[in-house]
Write a protein that binds this ligand. Sequence first.
Ligand code: NAI
Ligand code: MG
Length: 498
Amino acid sequence: MTDVSIVERSLSASYGAFIDNAFRPISGATFPARNAATGAHLADIARCGAAEIDAAVASAKAAFPGWRAKTPEDRAACLNRLADAVERETPRLMMLDTLDIGRGLWETGIDHAIAAQQYRYFAAAALTHEGWNRPIADGFLIARREPYGVCGQIIPWNVPAIMAAFKIAPAVAAGNTVVLKPDENASLSTLELGKLIAGIFPPGVINIVPGFGDEAGAALTAHPDVAKLAFTGSGEIGRIVSLAGANRLVPVSLELGGKSPNIVFPDIAPAEIDAIVDNVTFASMYCNGQSCLAGTRLFLHDAIYDDFMERLVASMRRIRVADPTNPFPLLGCLVSEKQGRRVQDYIAIGAAQGSLATGGARAEVADCGAGWFFEPTVFETTNDSRIAQEEIFGPVLSVIRWSDTETMIREANGVRYGLAAGLYTNDLKAAWDTAERLEAGNVWINNYFNLAAGSPFGGFKESGIGSEFCHETLNMYTHPKAVTIQTRVKPAWFAPKI
Ligand code: NAI
Ligand code: MG
C-alpha cells in the first residue's frame, strides 16, 4: 500500500487550470484542498472564473477539428493508454482520493478500477458506433453521427474518479473535446489526471478548470462556444444547468441523485437472510451513503421482518468506523462539514419521525479530529417521513414494513426520484412483475449495485435525463446527420412542364 507521505509529496503545491495540456500559472484567488479526516492542508487550487473558462473553451474549440478528424482507432488508442495510466497510478490516486474526501481505501480503489474500465469500454465502443445506411431510389441514404464540438461537463465530489471517467470517456470517444469542472471539495485526483492526459491526448482535447459552481461552473454553462452540457449533482443545481442550456438551446444531460428502494419479499428462507442483509448493508453504507445509487429505503416484508432486522442491526454494528487510510472495509468520514451537518440534521428529523434501531451518533476517530464520522444508522419509519423521502447522502437507512404488494409498489414508487431499485426473491414472477412496475433506471434482482460497463445508467423522474455507462451514451454526445447520394440529378417534381 502506498504511504500517505509519498502521496502528499507527489502533489504539486498548487494547481492552476489544466488547459492545452499544461497547468496555467495562478493569477487570482485560490482555495485549499484539505484532508477530510485530519483537516491537514494538501494543496492550493486556483479559484477559476470566466477568464480561465474562456481560455479552456478556446483551447477545446481549436482542438476539435483535429480530434474529430482522427479515426476511431486513434481515439480508442488514446483512451486505452489513459486506462493503462490510471491503472498504473491507482495506488497513488486512490490514496489521494481517500485523503481528499475521506472514503475508505478499499472504496477509492474500486473507483479507479471502474474509471479505467470506463475508458476501455468507450475505447471499444468508439469503434462500433456506426450510423446506418440503406438504398433509396437511384441512390443511397447514409445516416452519420457527428460530435457536437466542445462539451461543458460539471461533476460532484462523491466518486471523483468515476465521475470524471463517465464524462470524459464517451465525449472524447465520440470525437468531442471537453472542458470539465471538478467539484471544489474533490478536485485533486482530477487535476492529477491532467498530468496523465498531457502525455497521451493532443493539447486541448481535455481541459480541466477547477473552481466554484457559481463562478467557473456558471461561466461554463453560459459560454457561447459550448455545444453540449452534462452535469451530475443535486437536483437544485441540475435545474440551474438545465435552464442555462435552455437559454442557449444546447442539449443537457443530467444525473441527479436518488432515494432508491431495496425490497425484500416474504419467500426468503432463514438461511438466505444473511446474504441479503450483507447486500442491504452494502447498498446503504457503501460510499458512506454518499452515492446517488444508494439503497436508502429498505422495504421489509412483515413475515420476515423481526429476524431480518435483528441480523441487519448486528451487521451494521460490525462495520468499523475508522481512519479512512485503513486498508480494510470500513466507513470513513463524510466529505465536508457541510455534509456532516446535513446528516446530523436528518438524524434529528429521523429521531422525531421514526424509531432508531441502531447508530444515530457522530463517531470519534483517533487522529482524525476534523472528520465527520457517523455510526451506521438505521431508522424504522414510514414512507411518508422526511428521511424516507429526501436524499440524505449519509450512512442513514430507512426501513419500511410492508405486507400488501400493491401498497408496497405504490410506496416504492412514491418518491420524486427514480434512479435505482433492488429486490430479493426466489419467485420469478414476483421479481419480473415488480421490476416492470418500478419507476427506476436500474432494477437489480438479488444483487445490489450490479452495474457492468454497458448497462444503461440513468434516472427516471427527477433523477435525471440521459443514460451514461453504455453504448447509447455515444448518441447523447453526437447528433445524427442524414446524407443522401443520388447517381443522377433528378428533375424536381414541381419543375414547370412546358
Ligand atoms: P451541487 O449540485 O451543489 O454540486 C455539484 C457540482 O455542481 C459541483 O461541481 C459544483 O461546483 C457545481 N455547481 C454548483 N452550483 C453551480 C452553478 N450555479 N452552475 C454550475 N455548476 C454549479 O451538490 P452539493 O451541494 O455538493 O451536494 C448537495 C446534495 O446534492 C447532496 O447532499 C446530495 O444529496 C446531492 N448530490 C447528488 C450527487 C449525485 O451523484 N447525483 C452528487 C453530489 C451531490
Ligand atoms: Mg478535501
